[in-house]
Design a protein around this ligand. Structure first.
Ligand code: SF4
Length: 445
């Protein structure tokens, strides 16, 4: 069995090295100044790898400038170009940065042509010593694979294995692989299957783990930790990105926590545990509210996902920002328990929100739009609503959302029912109400 290590610039990923913390810019890549400033903040906050979107060939030059300015400023954090659809852009970016993330199935609608383009791309990466992430997401799998296996975790793992097999065939091993989904059970199953397939194949590529479009705030943190910790606790995962619809710098402490915890450099603040049947009562003495959320998500996420437990109540305390103890009372315990069960998709006590983190493709104020949509729809239940930053990738990445709210640019929004656009060019000010009216009309039907 070969457990491969990939060197991305100075950073080794896989092969038993510490779990690498990474994040992604949400600036426009043409805004070189803004992107450089954000990268510097990320590096200072502890990002070991920084991803930047490259929507097309025109953004390759700004990418080069960003790289040069960062290096001149003494920031040597390896950069990853994030590329969708365009093999030419991926090939050009491979000569500029240390790593390129692609979904090879999206290089071309025709599967044979996508394979030819991928072979060309990896030849260029080999020439430049550039690493690759084969990054497949639930919801953006090619037709070729969904026709064979449906839109399932098995399809995700099979699709990834096909591209990895091509890499092996071309003697190219600088490859990291990811299979993200917003739905935690889907994501966990996809990675478990992939891990098993790689082991059976005898070549284990490093794995990038993440819950995509996790949203923000408590829910985004809990959902990310549930999915990622389940895998890390099983030894699956060599680099982590926590995807939050917030300032990306705020993702880093959460990813660092996961890296430290599963690198055995940090322990839970759990001080007591009582299990009766399939329910548990857990007592914490947490150094902060955020730590409490992260600890309990990692302590119980896997057991709830795998249905070893049906519920958990919480007691104890955490310290607030002033260092004063705050009791975990019944109200907080119920809230945490509901959020945890929702993150595991065991219960839907409020709408399930999917929101992309935003990137250089984002066409509107995503964080504001997400908050507005949440405020208008929070009274609903049993519905999955996606708020996405761009019309190019957003609809494809919404996976199993019932409704989609997608920024078009120029102050306009498109509303989707499943994968079908039902309203286009809706002014942003009206869009949350139009979405709510559609959902309510559907409910009445
Ligand atoms: S869906 Fe969001 S994160 Fe993905 S490319 Fe579009 S704006 Fe960027």
């Amino acid at each position: 069995m070969e457990n491969r290590t990939v060197h991305v610039g100075k950073v080794p990923i896989g092969g038993g090295h510490p779990i690498v913390v990474q994040t992604m810019c949400n600036t426009h890549t043409n805004d070189v100044e803004g992107t450089v400033a954000q990268c510097i903040r990320m590096a200072e906050a502890g990002a070991e790898l920084i991803r930047i979107t490259v929507p097309g060939l025109p953004e390759v030059e700004p990418l080069r400038e960003i790289r040069d300015r960062l290096r001149a400023a003494g920031v040597d954090t390896p950069l990853v170009a994030d590329i969708h659809f365009s093999a030419e852009t991926a090939i050009a970016a491979a000569a500029v940065v240390e790593k390129v993330r692609i979904n090879p199935g999206n290089f071309h609608k025709d599967h044979g042509k996508a394979r030819t383009l991928f072979a060309r791309f990896i030849a260029v990466c080999k020439e430049h010593g550039t690493a690759v992430r084969v990054g497949l997401n639930h919801g953006s799998l090619g037709e070729y694979i969904t026709n064979l296996y449906g839109n399932t975790p098995l399809a995700m793992a099979k699709a990834a294995m096909e591209w990895l097999e091509m890499c092996i065939g071309n003697d190219f091993y600088d490859v990291v692989v990811s299979l993200k989904a917003s739905n935690t059970p889907v994501m966990v199953e996809a990675y478990r299957r992939l891990s098993q397939m790689m082991q059976e194949r005898g070549v284990v590529f490093p794995v990038h783990v993440g819950v995509t479009e996790a949203g923000n705030g408590d829910a985004g943190r809990i959902k990310s930790c549930v999915g990622i910790s389940t895998l890390l606790s099983e030894g699956i995962g060599d680099t982590v990105r926590v995807s939050l619809t917030e300032d990306p710098v705020r993702e880093i402490p959460v990813a660092r926590y996961l890296s430290d915890r599963y690198g055995h450099r940090l322990y839970s603040s759990l001080t007591g545990l009582r299990i009766e049947g399939r329910s548990a009562v857990a007592t914490y003495d947490a150094p902060s509210r955020e730590r409490l959320l992260l600890d309990l998500s990692c302590d119980f996420g896997k057991r709830l996902l795998d249905r070893e437990l049906d519920g958990v109540a919480f007691a104890g305390q955490y310290l607030d920002d002033d260092g004063s103890p705050v009791e975990i009372d019944k109200e907080l315990s119920d809230y945490l328990s509901d959020e945890l069960l929702q993150a595991c998709r065991r219960r839907f006590y409020r709408p399930e929100y999917i929101a992309c983190p935003g990137c250089g493709r984002t066409m509107y104020n995503l964080q504001e739009a997400f908050e507005t949509v949440k405020a208008r729809t929070s009274h609903l239940s049993n519905v999955v609503i996606a708020v996405m930053g761009c019309i190019v990738n957003g609809p494809g990445e919404m996976a199993d959302a019932d409704w989609g709210y997608v920024g078009e640019g120029n102050g306009k929004v498109s509303i989707y029912k499943g994968r079908t656009p039902v309203l286009r060019h809706v002014p942003e000010a009206e869009a949350p109400d139009r979405l709510l009216a559609l959902i309510e009309a559907e409910g009445r039907r």
